[in-house]
Every structure is written in C-alpha cells, then in structure tokens.
Design a protein around this ligand. Structure first.
Ligand code: NAP
Length: 238
C-alpha cells in the first residue's frame, strides 16, 4: 500500500510518538491531520512538516470530549472528503496505589486513553464504511496485555479495556474492508512520564526510540490490501 495522498489522522500528534509518526508518515507523502489539545505545539509540528514539503493540517481537539471529536471529524470530512487511516495514539499515564489516584485523574485516564479512541473511531467509521476501506490503528501498550502494578493500576485498566474494544471491533468490522490493528509497545523515550508529574528516575537509553517505532508503524500501514498485521507487541531488545 502506498501512503501517498492518503488522509491520515493522528491523535496526540503534538508530542512524543504521535509527533514522530506525523513526521515519518508525511515523508511518505501522506496528508497528515494532527490532533491534540496544545495549539502551539501542533502548529510547530505542522511547520516542521511543511519545511520538507510535506502535507499537514492540525485541529485542536480533546479526544475525551465527544462534542469536540464530532465537530473536528466533521471539519476533516469537509476539508478532505475522506479518511484513509485513523491512528488513535493520544494517551496519558500515571502510577501509584489506587487510593493515591485522585478521582479526576481516574476519569481523565479513561477519557483520553479509552473513550477518546472509542469516540474517534465511532465518528470516523461511517466514512470508511461508505468506501469499504480504511485502517484503524490503536496505540495501546504492553500494559494492555500484561498486568504489572508499576505500569499504573488505572493505566493498565484503560489499556486492557482498549484491547477488548480493539479485538471486538476487528470482529465487528469483518468483511467491511476496514483493517483494525492493535499496537502494544514497551517503554519509549517520550515525555509521557514527565507530563504525568510523577517523579521517577528513568534511564532513557533503556527506552525505545520514537523514530524506530514510527518506522515500524509505517511498515505496518503499507502492507498489501489483503494482508494485516493486526496485533503487534514491540519491546526493547538488550
Ligand atoms: N512512552 C511510553 O513509554 C509508552 C509506552 C507504551 C505505550 N505508550 C502509549 O503511546 C501513546 C503516545 O504516548 P507518548 O509516549 O508519545 O506520550 P506523550 O509524549 O506524552 O504524548 C502524548 C500526546 O497525547 C496528547 N494528548 C494527551 N491527552 C490528550 C487529549 N485528551 N486529547 C488529545 N490529545 C491528547 C498530547 O498532546 P496535548 O497535551 O497537546 O493534548 C501529546 O501529543 C499513548 O497512548 C501511550 O499510552 C507510551
């Protein structure tokens, strides 16, 4: 599959893996549509892409807010007329014992990590169904397949819920021409830990490079139409 001129939505594209994916996939001449909450950071990513003659546009969107998701997908529909690929990547993290999780933090984790993916997918699906093709790639985590308390008890729950959603969606969409893929990475060198506010000593050399993961995802998205890599786990090899 050629990504040239494909319309590709990436949530959480202002930083970390989402930004790395946007830069990498724009190099394949995809028309990348960047979603996140921070307009300045989104604008900077767009400008970086335009510098190498890539095609990018951004929309400010909190994926945990269904009314924002509906309005942004509507705008994307009128601007582009199609959506070929949806990468549900936006995510937040925290850890610690359950009682130390403030109620609002628990709600935010589920709103962004789990509901955000469900809301985005729900809005995008009719356009993909209408043309009987599309690719939906959900970024989970090894915390979606392993129960390790250090990963964060609520974070683990959000990603396990997403794993159930992803695998069931795959069944629901059988025969529609839409591919559903679940991606389960280990630790990546991004700002997700810093963004959480949790104080932790982390050796970034033990984390995978965003550029390497973006390369793997580019490969996955470019598989022939009758091939799908529908569940893939990627870990640091030492
Ligand atoms: N880094 C790791 O070690 C690791 C490991 C396994 C899985 N993952 C998963 O990989 C994905 C990307 O994480 P990352 O490491 O790249 O994190 P990151 O560097 O912190 O980036 C997270 C991105 O998500 C956006 N975001 C957060 N809340 C949002 C919301 N409510 N609506 C829209 N966008 C939102 C942030 O932008 P704004 O603040 O501008 O909204 C940012 O662009 C996440 O799903 C994460 O769970 C990460």
């Amino acid at each position: 599959m050629d990504l040239q001129d494909k319309v590709l939505i990436i949530t959480g594209a202002s930083d970390g893996l989402g930004k790395g994916l946007a830069l990498r996939l724009a190099k394949d001449k995809a028309r990348v549509v960047l979603l996140a909450r921070n307009q300045d950071k989104l604008k900077a990513v767009k400008e970086e892409i335009i510098k190498f003659s890539g095609k990018a546009e951004y929309f400010v969107c909190d994926v945990g807010k269904p009314e924002q998701v509906q309005s942004v997908v509507k705008s994307i529909k009128s601007a582009y007329g199609k959506i070929d690929v949806l990468i549900n990547n936006a995510g937040i993290w925290t850890t610690g014992p359950l009682e130390a999780h403030p109620i609002d933090k628990i709600k935010d984790l589920f709103a962004t990590n789990t509901l955000g993916t469900i809301f985005m997918t729900r809005e995008v699906l009719p356009m993909m169904k209408a043309v009987k093709s599309g690719q939906i790639l959900n970024v989970m985590s090894i915390a979606g397949v392993e129960e390790v308390d250090a990963y964060g008890i609520v974070y683990v729950a959000t990603k396990h819920a997403l794993q159930g959603f992803t695998d069931t969606l795959k069944q629901e969409l059988q025969g529609t021409g839409i591919k559903v893929m679940g991606f389960y990475p280990g630790g990546m060198a991004t700002n997700i830990l810093a963004a959480s506010g949790v104080k932790m000593e982390v050796d970034m050399k033990q984390m995978m490079r965003v550029e390497d993961i973006a390369e793997i995802i580019a490969f996955v998205l470019k598989q022939p139409a009758d091939v799908v890599i529908d569940h893939f786990e990627v870990r640091k090899f030492t």
